[in-house]
Design a protein around this ligand. Structure first.
Ligand code: RBF
Length: 358
């Protein structure tokens, strides 16, 4: 809901305040300290701002974003990287991006999440020379932007399929009835129209009577509130919970530890977060995509204006089945059924296309 409100809010602002702010920044730029630093930056090498819409710590995708860009920069001596945390007030992000573009200090602004392409698109109208690389989002046709989306339909489906195998197994905390939880930081189009239904499809492809208990935290940081919601899901019969709630993920682990349930991690391998509790983990190789595309941008060969979609068959979405804790805690039968499903996606026998428009 918050995302929707913010979107409406920003649509209104886009019509009014954002161009005004951009014009003001353009006019005042000559008097701002640091003017001319673009030339200095160019001479010194390629300059990158990583804008994190939230905070890095506790958010798997943002940790990968920063790591990927830094790795690319380390391979091109002279490249400067500045990481800016935009915080949790989403209404401030467009202004922060506008201010970054207005400095003209950065050859590239790199950012990540499904709401950022629209914001970068808007800011690029006032600052057409500013280049953006947006991960975890999709928008093609703006020559200032390059975007990379991951097939979250495949990713969430695999999570759901595995959750159902675990819930119907003889594992210690598996209880009668097939019921799994999903905790989302907030509702947004990809969550509501891709992740949630694909997770449910995965559950029900093991057993059509499987039930999904979907809850929303309302932010990406409140671990105490996440514990309360996870407690309630477990009390209602969920024995496996997929958590996609940033810093809230730790609260889900606490609840599962106290009450005896399992947690599924999303985006980065999470087994070491809580051995024996986090028992399954999908991955997106967002760090690798950020690394590859940032290198191309530094080298001047990134095709701005295009958008790409990467999935299981491309090797950018997978389930970490190699971790020693996965092998230790998951019964052989469950492992081989999951492996067969991953193979079907990899070989194209099962196709789950991810929509790009919402
Ligand atoms: N995921 C996080 O882990 N931490 C965040 O702070 C965060 N903030 C988000 C803000 C918005 C507006 C949206 C649309 C998504 C956010 N996500 C966040 C979710 C993230 O982009 C991604 O969809 C999920 O991590 C699933 O891959």
């Amino acid at each position: 809901m918050k995302y929707r409100n913010d979107t409406i809010y920003w649509r209104a602002l886009r019509a009014a305040a954002l161009p005004a702010l951009a014009a003001l920044l353009l006019l005042t730029a000559p008097s701002l300290p640091g003017l001319g630093s673009r030339d200095a930056a160019t001479e010194a090498g390629f300059s990158i701002a990583v804008f994190v819409p939230g905070v890095v710590e506790g958010s798997p995708t943002y940790e990968m974003l920063v790591a990927g860009v830094q790795r690319a920069a380390a391979e091109r001596p002279g490249t400067q990287v500045r990481v800016i945390e935009g915080g949790f007030n989403q209404a401030e992000w467009p202004q922060s991006i506008t201010s970054l573009a207005a400095t003209r200090d950065y050859d590239l602004i790199v950012t990540s999440n499904p709401s950022m392409p629209e914001i970068a698109d808007e800011v690029s109208r006032s600052f057409p020379d500013q280049r953006f690389l947006v991960l975890d989002g999709y928008l093609s046709g703006n020559s200032s932007l390059y975007t990379v989306q991951f097939n979250q339909r495949e990713q969430a489906f695999l999570s759901g399929y595995f959750a159902a195998l675990v819930s119907s197994s003889r594992m210690e905390h598996a209880r009668p009835g097939l019921r799994a939880g999903l905790l989302a930081g907030q509702e947004y189009p990809i969550m509501n129209r891709v992740i949630r239904p694909a997770f449910e499809l995965g559950l029900q492809s093991v057993d059509p009577s499987a039930v999904l208990d979907f809850r929303v935290l309302g932010n990406w940081y409140d671990a105490a509130a996440a514990t309360e919601l996870a407690n309630s899901m477990i009390d209602s019969g969920a024995d496996v919970i997929l958590t996609i709630s940033g810093g809230g993920n730790q609260g889900v682990i606490s609840a599962a530890r106290t009450k005896g349930a399992y947690v599924l991690w999303y985006d980065s391998s999470g087994y070491d977060e809580a051995p024996g509790i986090v028992i399954g983990s999908t991955r997106v190789k967002l760090d690798h995509a950020a690394y590859l595309r940032t290198l191309e941008a530094i080298d001047g060969i990134l095709e701005f204006g295009s958008a790409e979609m990467l999935g299981v068959a491309d090797g950018f979405v997978d389930f970490d089945t190699e971790h020693r804790l996965f092998e230790r805690h998951i019964p052989q039968q469950v492992r081989s059924e999951l492996a067969a499903m991953i193979a079907r996606l990899r070989e194209g026998d099962l196709q789950l296309e991810m929509p790009t428009r919402f």
